[in-house]
Design a binder for this molecule. Structure first.
Ligand code: TYD
Ligand code: MG
Length: 461
């Protein structure tokens, strides 16, 4: 009788070890090793035999001259969801494996069901291991009825072998898996969601996608620190990784490409979660700016670029005397470490005494901004709150702040200025290093170019 073969896997990165370890040598995580069965006892075909069979049926590949390889432009599948098309780099590439991660309840299943219901001309198979078919039907009823024009099939199954059997019968054009952590393959004995199961199921789906040129969407859970649950190798195996994020207390959701073999990885799609599903937001600036007609202290607007799109976002800051010994610093929608750096710059170069004050910063709309061009707007909001002097609501900012208080240039400045002008702003602060390459006569908006942080305060306060 053969023995059950087990191995230990790090649940955070997938590192394999023959014995239990307290600390993972690969990712340095503590206490993440779990024993998993990697081979069934008395497996019907021993591994070596399966291996030799597969090599005998596979056509051996020969090296080819790169000039001799014919390249056919793959026609992408256009979905009716413009935001999704954009994030994927212009539609779905046949045979691609796309992973969508996001916190529970953010709307991953809704997004995918909406895609399944509206995709015209392609049969979609929506495989769910999380909800029953009645629950999915209930959700579909909630969504906008006029949108539902596609051919969509629901399968509630978690065994990959059974899923492939159904796929063979149905012959779908697109497969959606909700979620990869619920699937299990009979080739591996460990529980669904474990590293080896997730890896095996993904590998099987990858083979299926590539061999039949069928795109496969995988929904993936994320861990409490925001990483996609399961081995890191999962992200390497798939072609595209999308993150669906947003603040639960707001209705805006952002779909961000983290990795994309077929397009730019900085693309962004914006949705609004409504009572009847997700609605695309094609002009984000207009909703991200709150309606106001009188200036408030601590509020500024910055012209940021995420992906190919300009967005005007509002930054709110509150600076107050710390009631306790240790001042609090908190940033929502912005990197806290970067905020601390900017506060240090203000302290040292601007001469503002913020060391004993609480500082809270918030990007409105619940979105997260990584574009450094928001720096100047953020700094201006902090000082505006500190001095309690409002910045005119017709003023916009677009520049990075360096460690020595210098105002640095940002990319695609013309696009930012044009957006600010379009939305009725009368003045924009940019870096003087950006101004050199700029045709000022093109714009009606007043452009103030600055080189040092003190100059900005001279203008504003
Ligand atoms: P869901 O897609 O189930 O999230 P995930 O699959 O990422 O866990 O989203 C569920 C949330 O979305 C839930 O809190 C209810 C809300 N929702 C709406 O607001 N409107 C809708 O039309 C639907 C279907 C869901
Ligand atoms: Mg779900």
């Amino acid at each position: 009788m053969s023995k059950i073969k087990t191995s230990y896997f790090c649940q955070s990165c997938g590192y394999q070890s023959p014995k239990w370890l307290g600390k993972c040598p690969a990712c340095s995580a503590w206490n993440t090793f779990v024993e998993e069965v990697i081979e069934k006892p008395n497996a019907s075909i021993p591994d070596w035999k399966a291996a030799s069979q597969s090599t005998s049926t596979q056509r051996a590949q020969k090296p080819q001259d790169i000039n001799a390889i014919n390249y056919k432009e793959q026609s992408r599948i256009q979905t009716s969801d413009e935001e999704l098309n954009r994030v994927l780099g212009g539609g779905i590439v046949p045979g691609s494996l796309i992973l969508i991660g996001g916190e529970p309840g953010i709307g991953k299943s809704t997004l995918m069901l909406q895609l399944a219901l509206t995709l015209n001309g392609h049969r979609v198979l929506y495989v769910s291991g999380e909800e029953s078919d009645q629950q999915i039907k209930m959700r579909a009823e909630r969504l906008d009825q006029n949108l539902q024009s596609g051919e969509c099939y629901i399968l509630t199954e978690t065994s990959t072998q059974n899923i492939f059997k159904q796929i063979e019968e149905l012959d779908p054009g697109i497969v959606i898996i909700d979620s990869i952590q619920t699937l299990y393959s009979a080739h591996i004995e460990s529980t669904p969601g474990s590293v080896s199961q997730v890896r095996e199921c993904t590998a099987e789906l990858l083979r299926f996608a590539k061999e039949t040129a069928t795109p496969v969407f995988l929904i993936g859970h994320i861990t409490k620190d925001g990483m996609i649950a399961g081995p890191k190798i999962l992200e390497h195996m798939v072609d595209t990784v999308l993150q669906f994020e947003g603040d639960r207390h707001y209705s805006y959701r952002i779909l961000r490409a983290v990795k994309n073999r077929f397009g730019s990885a900085s693309e962004l799609g914006i949705y609004e979660m409504q009572g009847s599903g997700l609605r695309e937001v094609s002009n984000p600036s207009e909703i991200l700016l709150s309606q106001r007609d009188e200036p408030l202290s601590g509020v500024t607007v910055s012209a940021t670029i995420e992906g190919a799109r300009t967005m005007l976002v509002e930054t709110q800051a509150l600076v107050s005397h710390s009631a306790y010994g240790t001042p609090q610093r908190s940033a929502t929608g912005f990197d806290t470490r970067r905020m601390n750096m900017l506060l240090a710059v203000l302290e040292k170069r601007g001469g503002f005494k913020l060391g004993m004050k609480d500082v809270f910063v918030n990007i409105t709309g619940g979105i997260r901004i990584e574009d450094p061009a928001i720096d100047l707007g953020l700094v201006a909001a902090i000082i505006s709150s500190n001095e309690d002097i409002p910045v005119s609501y017709k003023t916009c900012f677009a520049a990075e702040v360096g460690l020595s208080g210098e105002i640095r240039a940002v990319n695609r400045i013309e696009q930012r200025i044009a957006e600010a002008e379009k939305l009725g702003f009368e003045q924009i602060f940019i870096s003087k290093y950006n101004q050199k390459s700029l045709d000022l006569k093109r714009f009606k908006i007043a452009i103030v170019s600055v080189g040092k942080i003190e100059e900005v305060f001279g203008y504003l306060f």
